[in-house]
Design a protein around this ligand. Structure first.
Ligand code: TXA
Ligand code: MG
Length: 316
């Protein structure tokens, strides 16, 4: 402990324990879906409220369908195009899915992660794994094994799968009344979804519905690092703003770290949580992020969703 081997991870899961596993998006805190003790431990270790449902990780579409009462045709198309990958599909659940996983909802969120270690783990254990991001509730998600160790110290064994390739969480998607709705923007963009639907000759609208009603747990304040984040929408940081921020937040800051994103959104996503953690550890710090006009495109949507929820103050 805390770094563990595949054999140790399988043994821990078989003994109703939880472990941290790598995925392509962020590290997850995994437990067997048929172990109520493990499910309860996930909530306890994360200090997560029971109203926030968990994502179930499956080996493939066939396994996903064993948890679903209905599986819309449009999800066959999308699973074929994007699984394994950062797309979570919300479907009506069967009785087999413990209500602890779904916070009592009649639907369950499922995804097949694009990481060989996660897939191997699910296969070895032989049941799907419920796994929220492996961080304390409301905080920044971990994108490296070292982040999980920092978060939980010796409480949780971690399977190291290297740094996460995507760096932000999966896109959560539901299908209701003939329409798709994005409940949480993430690793798969709206444009990519629309493109695949068009290729399959399916005309389906894609709405966005990110209210806490539709997607419990995806709260207005979430993903927060250990120091405040300031979001500047089309505005530049100036030293004069520091006094304003200090006044509003009621404390002084000795270090202002401006995160300047690289031109490419994928690269920006990969680095975001790492920077949050790095700067958050420096005492008396403030993170400043400027949203530029050319960063409004679809592929930046997940990044601005997370920065917006992490931000303590926004200026435009
Ligand atoms: O990329 C990811 O999705 C990562 C990795 C580990 O797979 N997982 C992740 O899990 O981000 P978590 O627990 O941090 O976020 C899961 C979110 C919930 O907060 C909720 O917003 C949504 O997924 N969700 C889960 N079940 C749902 C359901 N039945 N209906 C609507 N939203 C649901
Ligand atoms: Mg999370």
């Amino acid at each position: 402990m805390p770094l563990i081997s595949m054999e140790q991870a399988v043994a821990a899961l078989e003994a109703d324990d939880v472990i941290a596993m790598p995925t392509e998006t962020v590290y997850g805190l995994a437990g067997r879906i048929d172990s109520e003790a493990a499910l309860k431990k996930i909530f306890a270790v994360k200090a997560r409220p029971f109203f926030d449902p968990l994502i179930v990780h499956v080996e493939n579409v066939t396994q996903a369908k064993t948890l679903a009462q209905e599986w819309p045709k449009v999800f066959d198309v999308l699973a074929k195009a994007f699984w394994p990958g950062p797309l979570t599909l919300v479907v009506p659940k069967t009785a087999k899915v413990n209500p602890l996983i779904t916070s009592g909802l009649e639907t369950v969120a499922v995804r097949c992660p694009d990481h060989s270690i996660a897939l191997q783990l699910i296969r070895n254990v032989g049941t799907p794994l419920a796994a929220p991001s492996a961080n304390k509730f409301g905080r920044t998600s971990p994108t490296a094994a070292s982040h999980v160790i920092e978060e939980f110290e010796n409480q949780v064994g971690v399977l190291d799968g290297g740094p996460c390739r995507v760096g932000v969480e999966s896109t959560v998607l539901t299908y209701k009344n003939g329409k798709l709705a994005i409940l949480r923007p993430g690793g798969v963009t709206r444009e990519a979804l629309a493109h695949e639907l068009q290729r399959a000759g399916m005309k389906v609208e894609i709405e966005t519905e990110t209210s806490s009603n539709a997607t419990p747990g995806h709260l207005p304040h979430h993903y927060q690092p250990e120091c405040p984040v300031i979001l500047l929408n089309g505005k530049s940081w100036s030293p004069a703003m520091l006094a304003l921020v200090e006044n509003q937040l009621g404390r002084r800051f000795d270090h202002v770290h401006e995160i300047i994103f690289p031109a490419e959104a994928h690269e920006a996503a990969r680095r975001l949580y790492q920077d949050f953690r790095h700067f958050g550890k420096i005492p008396s710090s403030l993170i400043v992020i400027e949203k530029k006009h050319d960063q409004n495109r679809d592929e930046w949507e997940a990044i601005w969703d997370r920065v917006g929820r992490a931000a303590s103050l926004k200026f435009s």
